[in-house]
Ligand binder design. Structure first.
Ligand SMILES: [Zn+2]
Length: 171
């Protein structure tokens, strides 16, 4: 049986797929569009890959599940709709009983997927630990467990930044 990979946009425009000749790839329509929009920077191989790749829309239930987990990991504010759909697509395929690996270089994508027990590959091998994100005020160091974008500190009004609350080694 050939290995099935769910590919992120960053992986599609890299050379990672060159060594995976016998594999099958899928991605979401949104990622295909994202890659097509960056067309001028593409390698010819990528164009070929786009043609032979399956595109699928994730299940509604799976999208909701990913959004909920991404909220609890604190990744939701930095994930695009395409990112969420991509993780949800991997989950959809897994729920159908097919073994799949999600390939991405995006830490927020990898972090959320790993929390959902989706097998992941980071071609750059830089993703080492799962992180639960919160927010921290750079001025008065107030900490919030909920990670949202552009939240003013409830104590002093400074714009808070994302900060790791918990880290766990990625096995
Ligand atoms: Zn503050």
């Amino acid at each position: 049986m050939t290995q099935l990979y769910v590919l992120d946009a960053g992986v599609l425009i890299s050379t990672w797929t060159d060594k995976k000749i016998d594999s099958t790839f899928i991605t979401t329509p949104g990622i295909i569009e994202e890659v097509r929009n960056r067309m001028s920077r593409f390698r010819a191989e990528t164009l070929f890959l786009l043609e032979k790749m399956d595109e699928r829309t994730p299940g509604v239930v799976e999208v909701k599940r990913v959004e909920s987990v991404a909220t609890s990991t604190g990744d939701h504010s930095v994930l695009s709709t395409n990112d969420i759909d991509l993780i949800a697509l991997a989950l959809t395929v897994i729920n159908e009983g097919t073994k799949v690996t999600l390939v991405s270089t995006d830490f927020a994508v990898l972090n959320t997927a790993s929390r959902l027990d989706i097998p992941i590959v980071d071609p750059n091998q830089k993703f080492k630990q799962r992180i639960t994100w919160g927010m921290r005020c750079p001025a008065c160091y107030y900490k919030s467990k909920t990670a949202t974008r552009d939240t003013d500190c409830p104590v002093c009004g400074t714009v808070m930044r994302r900060t790791p609350l918990r880290k766990r080694k990625q096995s």
